[in-house]
Design a protein around this ligand. Structure first.
Ligand code: SF4
Ligand code: SF4
Length: 398
């Protein structure tokens, strides 16, 4: 163990984070950054919808995340995979086998499960290497830390007009994790050095492409209009005014990132866990020897679909399969996968809406109608109401 000063420790942490699989790492000082101050107004405008956890006052200053905090380590890992964009895959709808879209980050393993152990391993390695006493907490989207803002002040990128953190090399398909600590580390940005410049320029592709007008101003998201919120966070009925615009999205939405030019040339993810999870016949039957969903495999290109409609991966799965999943199958397929956040009834609700939005051949309509009628008779009023809406929309579009 060699005694290191704050600057040497930061260099060591960044190198170790890369060794552990992260693509980017930086250190921010704790503080009340301007973006955190603007949060109160954003909340007051009601833009957070039902996401009560965003009202935690500790989110408005990094100083409050941990008593005695001196540094915030921010790590980022890409989840960019070679599969087509939603804007490409959904541009040619399949009227015989309508497909839904699961957001890119939902294809593989749950990012919490992938990144938190790596952050904890980083902290363990720091304890071993530095030989000094410190306290710390690690968060991946799970605590009172605005990782995006910390990432900006750790020098990792800028906050784009679509509100995502964008790194000029890695784009915005990146997961962020943070370690707040009482350990003194040298911030990545020298005192007085500004964070990376905003390279959005005059571009407004994300704002123009958003189907629900959720980017109400550049850099301002009204979550209540955002498809990611409507299909994942919202537990009750989806407001009817947004249902048609949701299109084929069943879990999240990638559009404002798909159109962003900074994602085009970004390199692919190093971590295989974020590639589309393969759904083996064992997984579908549930007779896997360990009762577990197997580790993610890699499948480039389009999803292959079995005779019974079960997809081989979570890339653009068939809507009829999704809408027909029972709770047991749902839990099996989405175990340790981000889609579980939507819950079974939320995903079936979303699949019904997407079926109602799909262009279908007459033969497909005849096949889909009994499925929707079965859902419309569900004891769950949420599922039943959305299925009735889908049937009405299907009839109106005939
Ligand atoms: Fe709009 Fe989709 Fe981006 Fe939400 S995720 S802001 S709905 S484009
Ligand atoms: Fe910025 Fe354009 Fe990307 Fe939107 S699409 S975040 S405006 S670069």
């Amino acid at each position: 163990m060699v005694a290191m000063d704050a600057r040497e420790r930061t260099g060591w942490v960044v190198a170790k984070a890369e060794e552990l699989g992260f693509d980017l790492c930086g250190v921010a000082p704790p503080g009340r950054f301007p973006e955190l101050g603007q949060m109160a107004e954003w909340l007051e405008r009601g833009h957070a919808g039902e996401m009560r956890y965003l009202h935690d006052p500790r989110r408005q200053s990094l100083d409050l995340a941990l008593e005695g905090i001196r540094s915030v380590i921010v790590c980022a890992a890409s989840y960019k995979t070679p599969e087509p964009l939603s804007t490409q895959a959904l541009a040619r709808p399949d009227a015989e086998r309508p497909r839904g879209w699961i957001s890119r980050y939902g294809w593989g393993d749950d990012y919490h499960d992938v990144l938190l152990p790596r952050l904890r391993a980083l902290v363990d390695a720091m304890r071993g290497a530095f030989g000094v006493d410190f306290r710390s907490r690690a968060y991946v989207d799970t605590g009172p830390v605005a990782e995006r803002v910390a990432a900006k002040y750790a020098g990792l990128g800028w906050l784009g007009k679509n509100t995502c953190l964008i790194n000029r090399n890695m784009g915005s398909w990146i997961f962020l994790g943070a370690v707040v600590t009482t350990l003194e580390l040298e911030p990545t940005l020298a005192e007085g050095q500004p964070p990376p410049p905003d390279l959005c320029g005059s571009c407004r592709r994300c704002i123009d492409a958003c189907p629900t007008g959720a980017l109400v101003e550049p850099y301002v998201l009204d979550a209540r209009r955002c498809i990611a919120y409507l299909t994942i966070e919202l537990r009750g009925p989806i407001p009817e005014e947004f249902r048609p615009a949701i299109g084929q999205m069943v879990f999240g939405c990638d559009i404002c990132q798909d159109v962003c030019p900074w994602n085009g040339k970004a390199p692919l993810a190093r971590l295989a866990e974020f590639r589309p999870r393969q759904l083996t016949s064992e997984t579908r039957r549930g007779d896997s020897p360990c009762g577990d969903v197997p580790a993610a495999g890699h499948q480039a290109g389009d999803a292959r679909v079995g005779a019974a409609g079960e997809p081989d991966s979570l890339f653009a799965p068939e809507l009829e399969w999704l809408a027909g999943l029972d709770e047991t199958e749902y839990r099996r397929v989405f175990r340790k996968n981000p889609v579980k956040r939507a819950k079974w009834r939320g995903l079936v609700r979303n699949a019904a809406v997407a079926l109602g939005n799909s262009e279908l051949t007459p033969a497909t309509r005849r096949r889909v109608a009994p499925l929707l009628e079965r859902l419309a008779a569900s004891a769950d009023p949420l599922i039943a109401e959305h299925a009735r809406w889908a049937l009405e929309r299907m009839a109106a579009n005939r």
